[in-house]
Design a protein around this ligand. Structure first.
Ligand code: DGJ
Length: 803
């Protein structure tokens, strides 16, 4: 028996115990007992997928098609659910298959909506009509097999439920069980349907290099809105995330929001479509532009995972669900619950001009302010003096590092910091030994130009030999040196994506294989070097998605490190991705756009994600060092809350002159508020900040970073903080502040009062000592000294779990 058929024959039987289980669900729920997250109601032919707060229902209609039924707030009774029926034909122009909300439509028959699967068979037939074949439920996973009505093209539709994050994952595996080749021309992961109706609004993230993750909102009308990348990686220009609400009714805290993200770091596409039947649907998967994936008999193609969820708690709740999901289900397992270290990166200080002595001098200063991970960026390898040469030659430049990397790494380690290194493995400069040796290793169309960008070409990582070469180069680097962290960069997009070594009808596989091989190299390196951590970078935030986040600890948010611009970039980022993975550096001014903001402002902006310093420390004054030391110590005190807690976006930089964000720790014991002023209009007060996510009845010790907080009470109740709110007085331009709240029962030793920071005060223009609360219990040098000596004074790095 063919291996697919053998598998198929076992599947029908498996669902019977589940049917029995489903009948019992009503009673079980009434008794308060646990009910399985996925159930099949055999009489109605419905599957019910349940998370903690949501229900998703689909069924098999009278045509044998998979039909969507419901996705929203949790339903109370299975008994309310009736079998699904396709919509009738009203006119010859409105076919039932176009009017019906199909779960995974093939392109065939009279299907005019965006399909999930389009194929051409070797005999030229392009018609594909998918109907139910069988299914299997395994705990939180459901596999439904659909099959073409005439030939053995099967699709395994996998659904996985993540109960705690209220998310569901859709993935498809297209299986060619026929005797002839099938070319897949569009392979989507699935469709998400909104309830029928009009007036939906789409939120999405757009941008460009140095201006990523800008939130855009617009009404959805009949037709299609395509969000996509055709660039070979995720792209700065659009990010594979969406959120949809009704009539623009949702805000940060209220309203129904359907949201999702695609786990793919290559060409992707989200089609947001409103059909003539007033159905809004989001189809997502591989971009079908220039797509052709040949499946020989017995071969299969898996789509990226498409994760989505629903909440009636507005965009804030949607983000918090995604953040938790990313921290608990997406990030590499060993990084879950572990806090990110404070990082120093040499790029903006030295650019390509790195040397052993220069880096040591920076490391000495970095260690003193509390840095835990010292990263040497571009410039250490091959003939690299600028961006014209060196990529591909991953040997240590002997002039810059005559004794190799070891003395530098040992120096960094002796200072109590881990060492990290920048690499850009997928690229080659034509001016390199690798390119001279293997000009055929770059993607190219023979006889055609090879377009350079930043003087570099893209290695064809889809090729086995190239992939193995990259793996072995990095393997050697990691084996020979104590490197704990790689910043994995990719500084240009694909062009002329030819793979001439393959037959013409297989060359377009490059789009998929390239990404899979990048993933494979990272996965193998991580398996071999379990302590290795990775940052995904692509000229800033060009490769940020749920696919890469399964294999890296953090991402470089943007090459734009200018603090005020960053407020918007970071805000947009947090709609889709967790603050924990968002790298924020403090850098020098004036920056990219010529703007200068105070160091305190820059620090507070950067404290809202994973903190890094990218300044040239040789340019800092003693006062800057003092402020930095205190800010980093403050960060270590709040970082579990920032990285692992819940984010409430109180005021948006898109809407007001004041931006405010609040983080609440998972256990609710700590909360931290950040507020930023762009420019003050004389006399007008800042709006009251109503805090969120606190315990109404609890009492919190209030610790203001400076004198900007108008409430001077030592403690305040959750009720006051959320209902009366806090008032702050930010003045002039680019003023900023932070307030720390700690639940009294577990917080400070008795007798301590709310502290301020001397250096912060000076940077804020206050006279030290005039602060309301001049204690020093956060930002203390003693705590910092302890951390540097013992590396364990509760800074949380390396601690697992512990919410
Ligand atoms: C682009 C990155 O985004 C920068 O941070 C830096 O690493 C440069 N590449 C180095 O070439």
């Amino acid at each position: 028996m063919h291996r697919w058929n053998a598998l198929f024959s076992t599947i029908g039987i498996v669902s019977f115990p589940i049917v029995f289980l489903a009948i019992r669900v009503g009673t079980a729920r009434a008794r308060g007992a646990e009910v399985p997250p996925i159930r099949y109601l055999s009489e109605q032919k419905l599957w019910i997928l349940e998370t903690q707060r949501t229900t998703y229902v689909m069924g098999i209609n009278e045509q044998g098609e998979l039909q969507h039924f419901y996705w929203g707030r949790k339903l109370a009774r299975d008994e309310d659910l009736a079998a699904v029926h396709s919509r009738p034909e009203h006119a010859s122009f409105d076919s039932p298959e176009t009017m019906t909300s199909l779960e995974y439509p093939g392109w065939g028959g009279r299907q005019y909506n965006e399909p999930c699967l389009k194929v051409t068979r070797a005999d030229g037939v392009r018609d594909l009509v998918l109907k139910y074949a069988s299914h299997e439920i395994r705990g939180a996973t459901l596999d439904v097999y659909v099959k073409d009505i005439m030939v053995d093209v099967f699709v395994k539709l996998s659904y996985r439920v993540f109960p705690h994050s209220d998310l569901i994952r859709k993935e498809a595996e297209i299986q060619n069980r026929t005797q002839q080749a099938v070319t897949v021309e569009s392979a989507q992961s699935g469709v998400w349907h909104m309830p029928s109706g009009d007036g939906y609004r789409l939120s999405y993230l757009t941008g460009r290099w140095a201006g990523e993750t800008q939130l855009v909102r617009e009404p959805i009308h009949q037709g299609k809105k395509v969000l996509e990348s055709r660039r070979g990686n995720t792209s700065h220009q659009l990010n594979p995330w969406f959120a949809i609400d009704e009539q623009g009714q949702a805000d940060e805290e209220h309203g129904r929001v359907w949201f999702g993200a695609l786990a793919w770091s290559g060409n992707w596409k989200l089609t947001v479509e409103q059909t003539p039947a007033r159905q809004v649907r989001v189809v997502g998967g591989y971009n079908d532009f220039d797509f052709a994936y040949l499946l020989k008999p017995g071969e299969a193609l898996t789509t990226p995972a498409f994760d989505a969820g629903f909440t009636d708690g507005g965009f804030g709740a949607a983000s918090r669900l995604l953040h938790r999901f990313e921290r608990q289900e997406i990030l590499p397992e060993r990084s879950r619950g572990r806090l990110r270290p404070v990082l120093y990166n040499s790029w903006e200080a030295t650019t390509f001009n790195v040397t052993e002595e220069g880096q040591k001098a920076l490391a000495d200063k970095a260690a003193k302010i509390g840095i835990e991970l010292f990263v040497m960026d571009d410039g250490w390898f091959g003939e690299r003096q600028d961006d014209r040469a060196g990529l591909g030659d991953w040997y240590v430049n002997p002039k810059k590092f005559p004794r190799g990397l070891k003395p530098l790494i040992e120096h960094v380690n002796r200072l109590g910091m881990d060492f990290g290194l920048w690499v850009e493995p997928e690229m080659v400069n034509p001016h390199s030994a690798l390119y001279r040796q293997h000009p055929d290793w770059v993607m190219n169309f023979p006889g055609r130009p090879r377009s350079e960008a930043r003087h570099q070409l893209v290695l064809n990582m889809a090729r086995e030999d190239v992939k193995e070469h990259i793996f072995s180069v990095l393997d050697r680097l990691l084996a020979e040196n104590e490197i704990r962290f790689l910043k994995w960069d990719m500084n240009r997009h694909f062009s002329e994506p030819g793979w001439p070594e393959l037959p013409a009808d297989e060359q377009k596989k490059i789009w998929v294989k390239y990404v899979r091989n990048v993933y494979e190299v990272i996965d193998r390196l991580r398996a071999k070097y379990p302590a290795l951590e990775i940052e995904s970078c692509s000229g800033g935030g060009g490769r940020v998605d749920l696919g890469i986040l399964q294999r890296v600890e953090q991402v470089w948010t943007s090459d734009n490190t200018e603090a005020f611009d960053r407020l918007r970039i970071q805000e947009g980022f947090t709609f889709a991705y967790a603050p924990k993975v968002m790298m924020d550096w403090v850098t020098d001014v004036p920056n990219l756009n010529g703007r200068s903001t105070p160091l305190k402002f820059r620090f507070l902006v950067a404290l809202q994600g994973s903190l890094g310093i990218g300044s040239n420390l040789h340019h800092w004054s003693p006062a800057d060092f003092e402020l930095a030391t205190e800010m980093i110590a403050y960060y270590k005190r709040i970082r579990r809350t920032v990285q692992e807690g819940k984010l409430y976006r109180l005021l948006s930089p898109r809407e007001a002159s004041i931006t405010a964000n609040q983080y609440v720790s998972e256990d609710g014991k700590q909360s931290v508020l950040f507020a930023f002023l762009h420019s003050q209009q004389f006399l007008y007060p800042a709006p009251t900040l109503y805090l969120r996510g606190l315990d109404d009845k609890a009492v919190y010790r209030v610790k203001a970073l400076d004198d900007r907080l108008l409430e001077k009470q030592e403690t305040l109740s959750g009720s006051y903080l959320m209902n009366h709110g806090l008032n702050i007085s930010l003045r002039g331009d680019f003023d900023a502040t932070s307030v720390l709240l700690e639940k009294v029962d577990q917080a400070m030793p008795a007798g301590t009062s709310a502290p301020g920071l001397d250096a912060v005060a000076r940077h804020s223009g206050n006279r030290p000592g005039t602060l309301e609360c001049p204690g020093r219990e956060f930002g203390t040098h003693c705590a910092l000294a302890g951390e540097l000596e013992g590396r364990a004074v509760g800074n949380g790095v390396g601690e697992a779990g512990g919410h």
